[in-house]
Design a protein around this ligand. Sequence first.
Ligand code: NAG
Ligand code: NAG
Length: 436
Amino acid sequence: MITRDLKRLALVVGPLLVFLLLSASLWNSNTESLRSHVSGLLEKNRHPSLSDPQSTPKPPSLDNQTHTEIVSLSTADQKHFEVRFGEYVFNPNIIPDPVRDDTWFIVGQRWTDPKHRQQHEAAVSEQVGCAAQFINGVLMCIDQAARVLPYAPTTGDKCEGPISYFNMNVGPHDARVFYGPQKPYTTFGSNSGFTCFGQWIQDFRKLVNWEYELLTNMDFETGTELYRPAPFSAIEKNWFVFWDRDDQMYAHYDMFPNRAFAKLDSDGSVGPDLAPAVAAQDERCMARYLPKLPTDLESIHQATNSLKITMCNRSDALCTPDDSNTFIMSIIQHKTYYDWHSEYEPYVILFHQRAPYELYAISKNPIWIHGRRRHSDQRTEMFYITSINWKARGVKYHGYLDDDLFVAFGIEDKNSGAIDVRAAALLVDLGFCNEP
Ligand SMILES: *[C@@H]1O[C@H](CO)[C@@H](O)[C@H](O)[C@H]1NC(C)=O
Ligand SMILES: *[C@@H]1O[C@H](CO)[C@@H](O)[C@H](O)[C@H]1NC(C)=O
């Protein structure tokens, strides 16, 4: 009796299992190749000569590469934790709620299955967010499901040739959410009035329910496109803004091989590129500490927003911020793109908060986030770090070595994770530009 039931069960379940396995593998390979194709196109703008990745040599094994590993301050196993929106969301940002303790705003990009989009149909991109707390070690939405944030769509029709389909884009891409000295901002990619795809900025409080604060700084109440000193690339990505010692605002466009940054006005217009004045020393420093790039399949580019850090402890009575100990911090990434799979190795960079804003230090080795997996084929999980933000409520742009921060990242362009570390842990292995 039992045997016959089991046989019958096997007859029903067996084919179902085969079907499920088959569709899962089809589904995975399809989305992976589609996604890589799209991200390949997105990355191509600075490398028009990108050749067929299949025909190029294998990437260097990461086993031979030294990393500086960072571990979580709060999880039981010290690994990174999940940032859970209740659906597939990647490229997360986490900033503390201004009034509620142990509560953060989380924002990221909704993942959509490219397979489900019809040709010639608008590509709708959305940023979703919610208020979140830690529940059983996962940072997740509390009072509501993640909802679409009301970024205003922008228009532009300057996408030509192979990227003309970008004209059909609707909505914000790859938003960053971060605090400035007074208030939070968001930057995002969207259809540009100057080039194909540009970078925009807005006061983040306009997009969420934000407690009333009395502020004198009312810049960027509406979404504003940021300008850059020529030349524009067709697709501009990953710009960050920073504030100097006097809280003057700048836009930082490129890091490698040449930096580009300029003073920013509250209408999005900018002054001249300030990087040439420090190019010689910056390039010497980057050549010294960053990896050599053997092919077009590797690149180095900026990734996160910026923070200001004073390199002593907040708890130390003798610690007083000044130009000699206070720097702008951001994370850049060394990208490799072999076998249609992108991987990113992150480096911290510090530069001066006063003119001429030259580089101060770069991580000697890339950072390894504890919990990132290595696959049996030597490849590793794709973590794309999107944001760094102070963890404690009330700490906005400026922090100290003994402050904790969140490093948040997309996982394989589909999921979100983050790790909380003391700032000092990110800065343990710095190569200084002026070291003899
Ligand atoms: C690099 O790693 C591979 C395998 O993990 C090993 O066979 C090789 O000897 C290593 N090379 C060096 C220079 O350490
Ligand atoms: C900062 O404080 C930590 C303890 O939180 C201590 O281990 C470290 O040595 C201090 N660093 C400096 C530069 O004083």
